[in-house]
Write a protein that binds this ligand. Structure first.
Ligand code: BGC
Length: 946
């Protein structure tokens, strides 16, 4: 076995870590997977000020000493408190169960973290910007409304610069930067870092994140220039869902603050901060930029070299050259005074989750010209980001790029579903040589780009532009492939949709005027998100956002951050607000993050207690909003599909979430060792279930509403006593049959339905739904060319066209939550809540449908669990046929493996009968009428069931 993946607070070698006692984790991979049952007997963590110190174990800041433990996650740093900016290196020594000692320096290389601003007094930066902004009103057309919408347009994006001299070579330089608004930092003519949409979205009135960059390579001895470009972002720009879109939620003026700390060759340090020494330019080329509306860039206003030494901005106005005439106009900056500045500083925290970055560049697959001079570029993939385009033309030429997800039947761009978010970039050319144009401070959801305004006679080829796909960018952790290409495409569409909706917060959609951290969507999708990507830090940040947005009374909002002063607006919605309990629990099960649970515990209690207070008879009927099982069958418009019978009554729905949240809180209390609370909430959950049964279970076990959703959720949320479950399963099947074997579920109940069937002997029904291409199904959208998951089952129906123009996203992950079913049921990799972080994985593939093989993996916090299976040639029926399963379990973990095996069948391990000494590390746990259950140690296994 070999050490790998040393991380600090989920991040690899993070800069700007302001957690005082960060947690360290490592994992193992196999040197040789044929070696079985490898584990860690003891570990020792050493932290020192340098790699050499670590090697020699000199000037050590923390030495845990040898700890007899197999723990490899969340080991809390317990050494000397770190000073601001201090970089420390760490290693793990581990003794395995064969007595060998592993050294991460040799096996994985040195790891480090660098402290952020650890004491408020170490943040010396001022807050700078321009004079109070003036706004003009402009009108923007929203195709779903009669009259154009009024929008405020602020000043062009400010440019800020400061020149400074370094009298020695640079040993290391770190830049900390943040803004009210959105910033792009510049150094000596270069963009700093590869992060976008900084500072990311939080409730800025409570918490403002700074970003940390290693800028050593951008500085040099002699004159240097630091600069910044300032835009609106979430802080000032259009923000909010649909009718509630507003501007200036958090403030009216853009401000920038940064601290550049340079360690010089002689060991001294110097700092450059935002202060009165900076200069301001207010008439730059970025005329307007907004997340929803797009960016207008006028190249005629560009000041080449403004962010590099030699630019005359700081010179005396003695010469009469054009450049110096401009230089005269660089104004002093406005510096915010205390107490305003202090109040902002008090909210500063480091960003300790993965940044938004460009993760892929796409080139168009085709270009068409639906009208003369109007060109449509098809990227072949619905994505989020923007285009980079190379343009040349006479000064004043306005080239316009509009972005949309779909085309109309006549080949023109479909834009109605964007509502107010026109996502249009306009580039005004300055003449001269061709040059590359990119928009700033905006992002679009699109597959198609419409380009107009090109100089007459231009016939662009497909390589005229490229698209940059952006997302919050943690590592991808999951892989899935199987014999049915439709399911492969579904998995890819889910992953794309996830990335497209990770823009600092998990968003509902990335294109229309919404893009909110809708919590119903997020909780429904969280498990799939966890399989696909390492979302531990991303969601930990989101849990903070949720807590920041909790109302006085305890209600969680329906989306977070929640930028509205009225905490009762969009709040306390069953299934939405409950994300405040459900997501932390999922994170605990996936990553073993008990610290997150502890930090959020009081908040969850307050929320759950509020539901109880408001609903003392245990039936949840007093809520804030209630979206119910959103977008269920009753909202579908298609010939031959029932108009009624999909929606379950809202109190039935809500009461199930009441029970679910209380039940999870009881489990959380147990994890945290709060025994009395654990008892109390377990009892309360029991009372809610009893009330549910007496109120909503009618004669013959029929559930009020008699819908697929009610049975699916009741079964999966454990609402029914065992005696009533078989009936509920029958009714579930009956209600599916009632829809002619189609779904009528909304996005909340769809995955519960898939699991309810799969866990209760009806996996074939689940496969039939998953593999269907008949309307409504996942396959139907794929047949229509979908490359992402649609918001509505009937977003577009052949012959009928688009659904509701105003609410019809083609990039919405909610019904993509079926991804967790692909991983847990088809592939068969699942989490065991009693052994979080896959310290003990569950491997339980349930083959079915047309699928004859599947393979994939999940990179858990403990290492990679991989599965590959195929069924015997004889065909579809499992019983009696052969089944081959290969499983790789990472060192220092175990797995429970379920093999489909009826009495009389034989299980071979690596070709030898179970129980044979050669099949050691593999113990029989249970033999039932349908399966053999084994407990296996780490290593690779090949199982055959004959
Ligand atoms: C969003 C949803 C969200 C919902 C609340 C919609 O507009 O796109 O996905 O959960 O509002 O009902």
């Amino acid at each position: 076995m070999r050490l790998m993946n040393l991380r600090c607070e989920y991040l690899t070698n993070p800069l700007g870590m302001d957690v005082p006692r960060p947690r360290l984790s490592w994992a193992y991979t196999h040197d040789d997977p044929a070696t079985r049952a490898e584990s860690q007997d003891a570990y020792r963590v050493v932290v020192a000020g340098s790699v050499e110190g670590l090697q020699r174990e000199a000037a050590v800041l923390w030495d845990s000493g040898w700890v007899a433990s197999d723990r490899s996650t969340h080991v809390v740093y317990d050494g000397q408190p770190l000073a601001s900016h201090q970089r420390v290196y760490w290693k793990v020594l581990a003794r395995d169960n064969h007595g060998a000692v592993h050294d991460s320096l040799a096996e994985a290389g040195p790891a480090f973290w660098q402290a952020g601003i650890m004491a408020p007094g170490d943040w010396h930066a001022g807050w700078i910007g321009g004079p109070p902004a003036e706004f003009t009103t402009v009108h923007v057309k929203d195709e779903t409304r009669e009259s154009p919408q009024e929008v405020l347009r602020g000043p062009p994006c400010q440019m800020l610069r400061r020149e400074f001299v370094l009298d020695q070579p640079v040993a290391r330089a770190t830049l900390y930067a943040t803004a009210l608004g959105e910033y792009e930092a510049r150094l000596n003519g270069h963009r700093v870092g590869d992060r976008y949409l900084t500072p990311e979205w939080t409730d800025y009135s409570r918490r403002l994140l700074y970003q940390t960059y290693d800028v050593t390579a951008l500085l040099h001895e002699g004159p240097n220039v630091i600069g910044a470009l300032l835009g609106d972002g979430w802080y000032l720009g259009l923000l909010g869902p649909g009718d509630q879109v507003r501007q200036l939620h958090y403030g009216r003026d853009r401000r920038f603050a940064c601290l550049l700390r340079v360690e010089l060759a002689d060991g001294t340090t110097t700092e450059v901060v935002t202060d009165a020494g900076w200069r301001l330019w207010s008439d730059g080329p970025v005329r307007w930029a907004d997340h929803f509306l797009g960016c207008t860039y006028d190249a005629r206003k560009a000041l080449p070299g403004w962010d590099a030494p030699g630019f005359p901005a700081d010179k005396e106005k003695d010469a009469d050259t054009g450049a110096d005439a401009k230089a005269r106009e660089w104004a002093p900056v406005v510096v915010l005074e205390p107490p305003e500045a202090e109040a902002i500083n008090a909210r500063l925290e480091a960003q300790v989750h993965e940044p938004v970055q460009v993760f892929q560049t796409l080139t168009p697959v085709r270009v068409t010209e639906p009208a003369p001079g109007t060109f449509i570029f098809d990227l072949g993939q619905n994505l989020v980001g923007w285009c980079e385009v190379t343009l040349a033309g006479p000064p004043g030429t306005e080239v316009r790029l509009r972005h949309g997800e779909m085309l109309e039947l006549d080949g023109t761009l479909h834009t109605a579903n964007l509502r107010l978010a026109t996502q249009t970039d306009t580039f005004v050319l300055a003449g001269g040589e061709p040059r590359a144009y990119v928009p700033r401070f905006t992002f679009h959801g699109f597959q198609y780009v419409e380009v107009t305004g090109l100089p007459a006679g231009t016939r662009p080829r497909a390589d005229f532009l490229v698209a940059k796909a952006i997302a919050s960018n943690p590592p991808v952790t999951g892989a899935f492939a199987c014999s049915n290409p439709l399911l492969d495409r579904l998995w890819q569409n889910i992953l794309w949709t996830q990335r497209d909706n990770m823009a600092s917060v998990p968003t509902d959609c990335p294109q229309r005027n919404e893009r909110m951290g809708w919590m119903g969507d997020a909780q429904v999708f969280a498990q799939t998100a966890i399989y696909n990507m390492d979302v531990a830090a991303f969601f930990a940040k989101f849990v903070r956002d949720i807590r920041d947005a909790q109302g006085e009374a305890g209600q969680y909002p329906d989306f977070a951050p929640h930028p509205f002063p009225n905490a009762l607006l969009f709040a306390f919605g069953p299934g939405w607000a409950d994300a405040g309990v459900i997501i932390p629990w999922r994170l605990y099960v996936a990553y073993g993050d008990a610290r997150l649970l502890a930090g959020h515990y009081a908040s969850m209690k307050k929320y759950v207690d509020l539901i109880h207070e408001e609903n003392p008879d245990y039936l949840w009927r007093t809520w804030g909003s209630n979206y119910g099982d959103w977008l269920n069958g009753d909202t579908l418009k298609a010939e031959g599909y029932p108009t009624m019978g999909g929606a379950l009554p809202k109190d039935v729905y809500a009461t199930m979430f009441f029970a679910h949240s209380v039940d999870l809180l009881g489990r959380i209390a147990r994890v945290l060792g709060h025994a009395a609370d654990a008892r109390r909430y377990t009892e309360l959950a029991g009372k809610v279930r009893e009330a549910f049964v007496s109120e909503f279970v009618l004669a013959d076990g029929i559930l009020a509403g008699h819908t697929q959703s009610a049975y699916a959720m009741a079964l999966e949320f454990g609402m029914l006593p065992p005696a009533l479950e078989p009936r509920a399963v029958e009714y579930l099947l009956e209600t599916i049959e009632g829809y002619d074997h189609r779904l009528s579920t909304g996005f909340v109940s769809t995955v519960p339905l898939m699991h309810a069937l799969s866990r209760r002997g009806h996996v074939e029904v689940a496969y039939a739904l998953a593999e269907s291409t008949r309307f409504p199904s996942w396959g139907y959208s794929i047949d229509q060319g979908a490359t992402t998951i649609w918001e509505r089952w009937d977003g577009f129906v052949a012959g009928r066209g688009f659904q509701d123009r105003g609410m019809n996203s083609f990039n919405h992950y909610s019904i993509g939550a079926v991804g967790e079913w692909l991983y847990a049921v088809v592939l068969g990799i699942a989490f065991d809540p009693t052994h979080p972080g896959m310290k003990r994985a569950i491997v339980h593939p349930r083959p079915g449908g047309s699928v004859t093989w599947a393979r994939g993996h999940y990179d858990s916090i403990h290492g990679r669990v991989a599965v590959s299976w195929h069924r015997g040639e004889e065909g579809a029926s499992l019983t009696g046929d052969s089944f081959h399963l290969e499983v790789t379990v990472p060192p220092n973990t175990t797995a429970i493996v379920h093999l489909p095996c009826i009495p009389g069948c034989q299980v071979l391990v690596d070709g030898k009968p179970l129980g044979n000494p050669a099949a050691a590390s593999c113990e029989l746990v249970e033999q039932s009428a349908t399966e053999t259950v084994l407990h296996v140690a780490s290593g690779r296994y090949a199982f055959d069931v004959k």
